[in-house]
Design a protein around this ligand. Structure first.
Ligand SMILES: Cc1ncc(C[n+]2csc(CCOP(=O)(O)OP(=O)(O)O)c2C)c(N)n1
Ligand SMILES: CC(=O)[C@@H](O)[C@H](O)COP(=O)(O)O
Ligand SMILES: [Mg+2]
Length: 632
């Protein structure tokens, strides 16, 4: 590592540097970032784009006393490096290592935990008003991307903030004209207008020339404001919301950023700084393809991302993407909806082939759900492809707009279960509990790729809302059958006949459950549906077995196992039931297989839990001793 960056162990060190050295520091920081992220994998393009902005913010603001609140938080690696975590970057997103997002328990500089987007302005406003109430003189700065800015929550916060003339709130809009995919919607068009023509070029000069002569601060602020107002439009959208709009300025030019921020720091009331950056800045391959480098795995920076020589296993996301195209071919009523997750949800091909039936609504999960409801009212068949964790944002819409009206919307719930490196914020832990308690809703849990395709078809055939949940990555590797066959609605199957104990598996944990059952001689049911539950099958098995074990990759509380216990109670059947699933705690980030094992949900863990609880019911010829697996 080069020397200047090595000397920065906190923002206080950074603030001691002469301004002339900051450019060199930023260059070193960018090189270090590329080097470390290429070894760990992680969110690269957005971080390359925020290097100068991060340096400037920590240089001008008195962090951590002044609060920096990052939106999404996927662009906080430079911030982590400058705030005492440089040497731990090699542990990024691994078990026990640094989180890929800000976390309050990780550093006092991480003022607000995040990873879901569009929360920063609300949180920063909360902090600014709390400071005002407590009589503390500090700033709160929200840094939000143009993609995140499109969410309703960001506008709710602007609406609230704009009337607080005496708060010390700055919103920095980091406009790189990209979400994960190309940005969509009218806000994006509007921001492009602000950027258009001669204004942006002149604004760059404001930073270089006007600010460098250093007139008295208040006068300068007035000139800056007048300049911005005069040259953009009579009033920008953000001014109409009560903010003092400044910009756009070049977010890679420290000579613009630093004096502008220094002057804004002197101003009272809600401030809005529009900075323009490039996603992937400084690494040509990422600049050329910011989508590919949004969240790459490990790679050699000299070679860039390479196609693996070994064909990768088909992921559930790919199974969904293929099914969507095939079903769209067959049924013209199908429309596909994504809240800004085209790539992650496997909809690139669908977008290409059916552009009129593809809707990227921006980062707007609530809207995505109600928008689908509207389409369903008109006889279309909407498929909302949404990560389990992001559907949490659209919960009332799910109840009030879809389920209450019993509209036939299919929810393709990707990333259901543990997701690995992104950790607790992205884990799809709660969808079974929160979906199954809603009347009219059903939820399918495919055990493998083939079932995923078939259950999507089953869901699509229904005349009411159905969610199909499947995890990140690949499964058991069961090649989906061609064609659009469905599986019976609400019906499970007997997968292994044993005795004494029956394991009821919901979803992909069927396979480790089968392995455990093989050793213990248990019966195994592949339940397929968390709702409706196949009570006929359940009661049959309950009558012939002494104990039941439920297994699911989701929260135990209120999950599919709870549904089993409720059904037994309702039928007046008394059987001991062991519920295996995600415990009542937030999961860490790290390797998904290790995380699953930590939850006791791999084959060895399932086996060990069954022995621990029901050992005396097992046949005597089972393996003598199984110890609980410990995971490093
Ligand atoms: C509520 C929510 N929906 C979707 C996502 C997934 N997501 C993470 S980053 C991102 C794009 C954000 O774009 P922008 O704010 O412009 O930041 P950039 O990636 O351009 O730096 C999306 C859609 C999320 N984190 N949170
Ligand atoms: C920050 C964010 O929300 C996304 O970039 C997310 O990390 C993508 O996750 P996947 O890699 O599972 O698509
Ligand atoms: Mg962006």
């Amino acid at each position: 590592m080069t020397s200047l960056l090595a000397s920065i162990n906190s923002p206080a060190d950074l603030r001691r540097l002469p301004r002339a050295q900051l450019k060199l520091l930023a260059d070193e920081l960018r090189a270090y970032l590329l080097d470390t992220v290429s070894k760990t994998g992680g969110h690269l393009s957005s971080n390359l784009g925020t290097v100068e902005l991060t340096v400037a913010l920590h240089y001008v603001f008195n962090t951590p006393e002044d609060r920096l609140v990052w939106d999404v938080g996927h662009q906080t690696y430079p911030h982590k490096i400058l705030t005492g975590r440089r040497d731990r970057m090699g542990s990024l997103r691994q078990l026990g290592g640094l989180s890929g997002f800000p976390r309050r328990e990780e550093s006092e500089y991480d003022t607000f935990g995040t990873a879901h987007s569009s929360t920063s302005i609300s949180a920063a406003l909360g902090m600014a008003l709390a400071a005002r109430q407590k009589g503390e003189d500090r700033h709160a700065v929200a840094i939000i991307g143009d993609g995140a800015m499109s969410a309703g929550m960001a506008f709710e916060a602007l609406n609230n903030a704009g009337v607080h003339d005496d708060c010390k709130l700055l919103v920095v809009l980091n406009d790189n004209d990209m979400s994960i995919s190309p940005p969509v919607g009218a806000l994006n068009r509007y921001l492009a207008q602000l950027m258009s023509g001669r204004f942006y070029a002149s604004a760059k000069n404001v930073g270089k020339h006007v600010l460098s002569v250093a007139p008295p601060l208040l006068e300068l602020a007035k000139r800056l404001e007048a300049h911005a107002k005069g040259m953009v439009v009579p009033a920008t959208l953000f001014e109409n919301f009560g903010f003092n709009y400044i910009g756009p300025i070049d977010g890679h030019d420290l000579e613009s950023l630093i004096p502008t921020l220094e002057n804004i720091r002197q101003l009272k009331g809600p401030q809005f700084l529009h900075v323009v950056t490039k996603k992937g800045q400084g690494y040509k391959l990422a600049e050329a393809d910011p989508i590919a480098y949004h969240g790459p795995g490990k790679f050699d920076p000299a070679m860039g991302l390479q196609k693996s020589a070994v064909p990768a296993k088909q992921t559930f996301t790919q199974v969904f993407g293929q099914w969507l195209c095939d079903m769209a071919e067959q049924d013209k009523r199908l429309v596909g909806i994504t809240p800004a997750m085209r790539e992650g949800s496997g909809m690139v091909e669908f977008h290409k082939r059916f552009p009129e039936r593809y809707h990227d609504v921006g980062i707007a999960e609530q809207h995505a759900v109600t928008f689908a409801a509207g389409m369903a009212c008109e006889g279309l068949k909407p498929v909302v492809a949404i990560y389990s964790t992001f559907l949490q944002r659209g919960y009332d819409q799910l109840i009030h707009d879809v389920a209450l009206q019993n509209l036939p919307v299919v929810f393709a719930l990707d990333r259901a279960g543990l997701v690995g490196a992104d950790g607790a914020t992205h884990a799809g832990a709660y969808d079974i509990p929160f979906v199954r308690c809603i009347p009219n809703m059903s939820i399918a849990c495919p055990a493998d790729e083939d079932e995923c395709r078939k259950l999507l078809t089953s869901a699509f055939e229904q005349n009411h809302p159905v969610a199909v949940r499947y995890p990140r990555g690949a499964g058991a590797g069961v090649e989906p059958e061609a064609g659009l066959q469905s599986l019976p609605f609400g019906k499970g199957e007997l997968r292994r006949e044993g005795s004494g104990i029956a394991i009821l598996a919901f979803g992909t944990l069927l396979y480790p459950a089968l392995q455990a059952a093989e050793k213990l001689g248990c019966t195994v049911l592949n339940m397929r549906w968390a709702k409706p539950l196949d009570t006929e099958l359940l009661l049959k098995v309950a009558a012939t077995h002494e104990a039941l074990v439920t297994v699911e990759e989701g929260a135990i509380m209120g999950g599919a196992g709870s549904a089993v216990s409720e059904a037994l109670q309702a039928a007046g059947v008394v059987r001991p039931v062991l519920h295996l699933g995600l415990r009542d705690e937030f999961t860490e980030h790290g390797d998904p297989a290790k995380l699953l094992a930590l939850q006791g949900l791999d084959a060895a863990g399932i086996e060990a839990s069954i022995i621990a609880r029901f050992g005396e019911l097992l046949p005597l010829d089972r393996p003598a001793k199984v110890t609980l697996k410990s995971v490093a």
